[in-house]
Design a protein around this ligand. Sequence first.
Ligand code: PRP
Length: 233
Amino acid sequence: MDGTHAPAPMRGRSQPARAEIAQHPRLTVLEHPLLATQVTLLRDIRTPAPEFTRAIEEVTRFLLWAALADTATAPMPVPGHSGTPVPGHRLAERVAALAILRAGLGMLEPIRNLLPSAPLYQIGVRRDEATLQPSVYYTNLPESYAEIDHLLLLDPMLATGGSLRAALEIVREGYHGRVSALGIIGAPLGVQTMLDADPEVRIFLAALDDHLNDRGFIIPGLGDAGDRIFGTL
Ligand code: PRP
């Protein structure tokens, strides 16, 4: 679709100011020099798909460490190098992840590596280009959430917030525990939409950008994360 005839579903819609949203206590925007280099790679339109995906994984790893920083641990002694048990720890909370298809799939590798026993669920949500409304086309969710203490929602892009809100609304039909949304880049409107939609959800981002353009793309953003991860530009 060329720019001349592109739909402009955001035209005339008001958006919250970045500075105001940035102060919200349930939003964490991570800062670190190395993180900045990875986000720069992601924003660079020249970055090829394999390197783009690797940077998504690096940033997700950092988001994961932040989102789980206050997770309870329990003692777990292990055999040490000298032959005697040494003190160790395991997570005392059960963590699961829910990837929003497609782009959320690119964030799974750090979860697999750091939380090898965490169940990984998926939900397919597609944003209509003309209306920006989400439609759910696939769900692979647990029958019971009884075994989950903390659910991580994975989607690199939080634009209007419609897709993530649709996913969370479905999750909340059966789950009332802790939820953290991990995203690479968010727009103020998307963050506000999620915070308003759920009084408990916490949001972790690598960057809070300025606004959405007329077509609902995050500015400056990084383009379409799903297309860049899967090379379908
Ligand atoms: C993109 C992105 C988010 C959503 C963000 O997915 O990965 O899921 O749009 O937009 P929103 O916050 O305004 O809902 P897209 O619908 O392009 O699907 P894809 O991941 O399959 O590319």
